[in-house]
Design a binder for this molecule. Structure first.
Ligand code: 5GP
Ligand code: MN
Length: 334
């Protein structure tokens, strides 16, 4: 086995590197309600662009979750506003399964803008002029590690911390099935570049606010397991989020409790959004391709972690999703 992990999509990574070198002023975007990989890859991208002498703006819909405030450039994320309408000619999207994942930021992008796409979702339609899309990468940050090499940017401690954050969170602490030998090789190199694992694991994975704990308590009290034990679900209503004094991001991770039940193959979380939609998170263990289920409802994601949004009531969303999940379980012979 060679020590230097090689990118599976070397030509694509090089095409992205060339595209980034070609223009000088970049808008960085990632998906709504960004998680560790989204934020890690956006901030890693900002560090890469800075190192190659480019200007960049990392635009977000809302302030970033506080748990990631240890990352360099965290406080430089710009919250979108009308003044930026049509301002950007060059966009780099990271961890976006499709362009709709940054729909709320679309109005700051100029007509005919170039879009560069770095992502690891299997449902990604390669929507950019240059695309480094590798569904076998554990995290978008894994692809950005290779991009750093292609751009010949050294792994500084801040860059390594950003990359490590994405890989750590998207593998749920190096335990999900996407944890390959390359993931450990890359992680080892990031540690050698100055990353202290607990300094990242503690805020990024372990820490929960008291409000988050309260929300967990409430969600667990409505946990249901299907009669046959094959799937389990939790839901979070607006009232629960308000009652717990919790924030939208505090819902992150709750779906794991449904999936963790020993007989369960598919864990499901339903969250009422402020826009009277229902956001569904799907997680499977070994057999069911939940990205297929999510795609049936206009969503997408990975084989074992996917999501979609339904314009309906909580009750109806549950009925529709349960039917689709039962069918997927049958098809996978679970
Ligand atoms: P989560 O359930 O944590 O929101 O998302 C799980 C995975 O599915 C993430 O990788 C996320 O990017 C993807 N995902 C969630 N919702 C959607 C969606 O509506 N469309 C697409 N294409 N992907 C989604
Ligand atoms: Mn990701």
């Amino acid at each position: 086995m060679t020590w230097n992990p090689a990118p599976r999509c070397l030509a694509d990574v090089e095409a992205v590197a060339e595209a980034l070198l070609r223009d000088d002023d970049w808008l960085i975007v990632t998906h709504e309600r960004p998680d560790g990989d989204a934020i890690g890859s956006a901030l890693a991208m900002s560090l890469l662009l800075e190192k190659i002498g480019k200007r960049w703006t990392f635009m977000v819909e809302a302030p970033l979750p506080a748990r990631f405030d240890y990352l360099e450039h965290y406080s430089k994320a710009t919250v979108v506003s009308d003044e930026y309408a049509g301002r950007f000619q060059h966009v780099v999207a990271v961890d976006c399964a499709d362009a709709a994942r940054y729909a709320a930021l679309q109005f700051v992008v100029a007509e005919g803008a170039t879009v560069v796409n770095v992502d690891h979702h299997r449902t990604n339609p390669r929507f950019g002029v240059a695309n480094a899309v590798d569904a076998d990468a554990a995290a978008t940050c894994e692809i950005l590690f290779h991009l750093a090499k292609a751009l010949q940017v050294p792994l500084s401690e801040p860059l390594s911390a950003a990359l490590y954050t994405g890989i750590l969170t998207d593998t749920a602490g190096f335990v999900q099935p996407n944890t390959t030998p390359e993931v450990y090789q890359i992680a080892a190199e990031l540690l050698m570049s100055g990353v202290r694992p607990y300094d990242i694991a503690e805020p990024a994975l372990e820490a929960r606010s008291a409000e988050q704990m309260h929300l967990l308590q409430m969600a667990l009290s409505n946990l249901t397991v299907s009669e046959d034990g094959r799937y389990a679900a939790l839901y979070v209503t607006r009232g629960m989020i308000e009652g717990a004094g919790a924030e939208e991001d505090d819902v992150e991770g709750l779906v794991g409790f449904a999936r963790s039940i020993d007989t369960v193959e598919v864990g499901i979380l339903f969250r009422e959004t402020p826009l009277q939609q229902v956001k569904v998170s799907l997680r499977s263990k070994r057999r069911v391709d939940v990205s297929e289920v999510a795609q049936r409802f206009g969503g997408g994601g990975h084989i074992r972690a996917a999501g979609c949004t339904l314009e309906t009531t909580l009750e109806d969303a549950m009925e529709q999703i349960f039917t689709a999940v039962e069918r997927a379980l049958d098809e996978a012979r679970v």
